[in-house]
Design a protein around this ligand. Structure first.
Ligand code: FEO
Length: 388
């Protein structure tokens, strides 16, 4: 399958199937793609580079796509090394190549790379355009989607919006999988903190009334159909409003007993007609999936063992991640286990009450060591409240 955008815009990115942890923290069972494109024109333009893990393959793709031509410009939309990692290699290979970025782009380039570009840097700012022959590129700054220097680029000829990290997804391009799930996990874990800045970008796009036929992100598939669907997803995600009705149960269990209580609550919720319940063992499951579902659904249950006068540490890690991603606008319920001096609920409450616009249920379920028959009415009461 070709990932090319049009006759004149060739996909030259690479699939990285062997990266174990993207950004040294995210599991990517289906790998990740570093996207890059060549706009073939009188003045050929390369859109971004790729991670240094894949420089060789990328340069080969570039050379094939150029078909003997020489690239005139490289547009650097984002300096994070998964996109700028091959900058020096391409600059050394094509000595007349000019690098297009904004002032922040070049500040970060100089911080990452000790290289003298001489007079090869072309500085652009918001709204500037670059005409390359048949194509005209317009640069739209998108600070903090995901870094301050990020800009997106609109090609009015092919009606393509090159979106940097926005609309990206984990998974290589040869994998057939639903966009939503891995795009959502990517969004909330990587860009999630910057909802306001994503909203600013969406408003700019709306105000500019760009006709967009294609979204070309730096990770994941090129999106060519049903563009409003993806824009709407980003609009909801960046507003921090829940996407779906459902309950996420995240548990931190030392010997499995808190996990059993979490599973019992799942059973009770399902029996009461809650269709979407997702349960995560924070010690073993992918915590980035738990973050994703915590944002996806409108209700969140935190179930944890007491530990060292606080809460079992996988829960602390989870709550720290939610806090750093600006978690808000949800209902939260607490379940604690404690063999002696239960402290989990109090500790979790102390953390989540600092979240913005959250409602914390007063039905706190507290049990000792193992869930017993006598604890079921409390769990039942919580399930009843959460099923509404
Ligand atoms: Fe894909 Fe923020 O780098």
């Amino acid at each position: 399958m070709s990932n090319n955008i049009s006759d004149s815009v060739v996909y030259i990115g690479v699939d990285d199937k062997y990266v174990e942890l993207f950004e040294s923290q995210y599991k990517v069972p289906n790998g990740v793609s570093y996207n890059s494109y060549l706009i073939k024109d009188e003045k050929p333009v390369i859109m971004d580079t790729v991670d240094s893990r894949e420089t060789y393959k990328w340069l080969e793709n570039l050379e094939n796509a150029l078909d003997g031509a020489k690239p005139e410009y490289l547009v650097l939309q984002h300096v994070e090394p998964d996109h700028s990692g091959s900058l020096i290699a391409v600059a050394e290979k094509y000595l007349d190549l000019k690098i297009v970025g904004n002032a922040k782009t070049f500040q970060f380039v100089s911080q990452f790379y000790d290289y003298d570009f001489g007079d090869r840097l072309v500085t652009v700012k918001e709204g500037d355009t670059l005409s390359t022959g048949k194509h005209t590129l317009k640069f739209i700054t998108a600070p903090m989607v995901h870094w301050p220097e990020v800009m997106v680029t609109y090609d009015s000829t092919d009606k393509v919006l090159y979106t940097a990290d926005a609309f990206g997804k984990f998974g290589t391009l040869d994998i057939e999988e639903e966009w939503d799930c891995e795009a959502r996990r990517y969004y909330f874990n990587i860009v999630g903190k910057y909802g306001a800045q994503v909203q600013t970008l969406l408003k700019k796009l709306e105000a500019g009334k760009y006709e967009i036929n294609t979204l070309a992100p730096l990770h994941g598939p090129v999106l060519t159909e049903n563009i409003p669907y993806y824009i709407e997803k980003y609009s909801v995600w960046s507003s921090y409003e829940p996407e779906d009705k459902g309950v996420t149960i995240a548990y931190a269990s030392i010997h499995g007993n808190t996990g059993e209580a979490a599973r019992k609550l799942e059973e009770l919720l399902k029996a009461k007609g809650v269709e979407k319940v997702s349960v995560f063992d924070l010690s073993r499951d992918d915590i980035a999936e738990a973050v994703e579902d915590a944002f996806r659904y409108d209700r969140l249950v935190l179930a944890a063992a007491s530990y060292d006068g606080g809460v079992f540490t996988p829960m602390v890690d989870f709550l720290n991640r939610l806090a750093s991603k600006n978690y808000q606008k949800r209902k939260i319920a607490l379940v604690e286990n404690g063999t002696f001096a239960p402290t989990a609920a109090r500790t979790m409450r102390g953390i989540v009450e600092k979240f913005k616009d959250v409602t914390i249920s007063n039905n706190v379920v507290s049990f000792k060591s193992t869930l017993k028959e006598s604890d079921l009415p409390n769990l039942e009461k919580l399930a009843e409240e959460l099923s509404k």
